[in-house]
Design a protein around this ligand. Structure first.
Ligand code: SF4
Length: 370
């Protein structure tokens, strides 16, 4: 069905996406200037045409926290900033398995092992590298979950080993546009990040790579980040919204993003990436009111990071299921079949709710982004 809005810019873009054409930067910039309600309908049309009506949920464990030598201006885990977060060494395979089992029970389809640093190094920290591999094997053996990893910069050899171990998605966010990246990070470059994504892809892993909105970037930067991701070729596009952590440089800048800008960006991203899951991730709970959280899903998003983030708490998986249902969509169960009613009951959410069971929440280690 061809989408009709009376807005020729958007109608034309939707028609071309539905016909299999990839939109470009000029299209993205023109779309970003259109009204939010029209874009939201367009994003939903494209999502419905390319997807299966489900929202995919992933969960992460912050397997090693803090003391990162890099200086990403949004990140609580950088050693350059005094943020007061709990720091800890690599959790070890058993604790990671515990977190994976919680995620599985809460309806996650994929589970990401995240290590906060520039890169886990097989050469420089072989014991930690082996522990990461052992953790991947354990989770793959004992859970019905796709296992993803976010271990920072990779060598070609490391990428090949991870692909052979069955890592499904490699996550490495580009954070923002090539132009704005140096305003946020000094210790490594945008190109460093792109190179790791290319290395991971060449080894055979699918890519999960996205952005953080609300860091002071312009709408043009948001489009340019999405175009850079088109060039790389991704299958999951996480959209974080800055949740400023006291002590980080970005918490001291007066930067904000409106609900309308978030929804417009999600919709435009779906038109620019019709075959990728546009995934709502960190910061959505603090930047959107509770009765607004379903709106990006209504505008074309089709993925969620559920549970806690790297250094900030998320809401319960049951609340996320309610948001998915409010948007008229269903949770994805392709990998891990679960009972949404049971998840809500356990978490004390909805009509059949029982008092909340603390152990059922996915409160893992302190949750961020990488
Ligand atoms: S985002 Fe990653 S690389 Fe940057 S400071 Fe945080 S943990 Fe380190």
């Amino acid at each position: 069905m061809v989408y009709e809005t009376g807005n020729t810019t958007v109608d034309d873009a939707v028609d071309r996406v539905l016909a299999g054409e990839q939109l470009d930067r000029t299209d993205g910039l023109a779309l970003m200037a259109q009204p939010v309600d029209v874009l939201a309908q367009a994003g939903a049309t494209v999502r419905d045409a390319f997807g299966d009506g489900t929202v995919d949920a992933c969960s992460i464990v912050n397997a090693k926290a803090g003391n990162c030598a890099e200086d990403c201006g949004f990140c609580a885990q950088s050693v350059h900033f005094d943020t007061g977060i709990d720091t800890y060494d690599f959790l070890g395979p058993e604790k990671i398995l515990e977190a994976a089992k919680r995620a599985e029970r809460d309806g996650a389809q994929r589970f990401g092992i995240v290590v906060a640093e520039k890169g886990v190094s097989k050469e420089h920290r072989p014991e930690e590298w082996e522990e990461v591999l052992e953790s991947i094997r354990l989770v793959r053996d004992e859970c019905e979950l796709e296992v993803d990893a976010s271990l920072g910069i990779l060598t070609a050899e490391e990428a090949r080993i991870l692909a052979d171990e069955g890592i499904n998605h490699y996550n490495h966010n580009i954070e923002t546009s090539p132009r704005y990246f140096p305003e946020i990070v000094n210790t490594h470059s945008f190109e460093d990040r792109v190179q790791t994504l290319k290395t991971a892809k060449e080894a055979g892993m699918d890519l999960c790579a996205g952005v953080i909105l609300g860091m002071g970037e312009t709408p043009t930067d948001r489009v340019d980040a999405a175009i850079a991701l088109q060039d790389i070729g991704i299958s999951s596009l996480p959209v974080n919204v800055l949740n400023p952590v006291e002590g980080t440089p970005l918490a001291e800048r007066d930067v904000q993003i409106t609900t309308e800008e978030i929804i417009k960006t999600v919709a435009v991203y779906k038109l620019l990436h019709p075959n990728s899951r546009v995934r709502l991730t960190g910061g959505r709970e603090v930047n959107l009111d509770p009765d607004e959280q379903h709106l990006p899903l209504e505008a074309g998003a089709d993925g969620l990071l559920t549970g806690d983030y790297l250094t900030t708490e998320g809401q319960s998986p049951a609340e996320d299921i309610e948001i998915v249902e409010r948007a008229g969509l269903e949770p994805n169960m392709a990998v891990n079949e679960f009972d949404p009613v049971e998840v809500k009951r356990r978490n004390g959410v909805g009509e059949s709710a029982e008092p909340a069971d603390e152990s059922a929440s996915s409160a893992g280690p302190e949750p961020g982004d990488d």
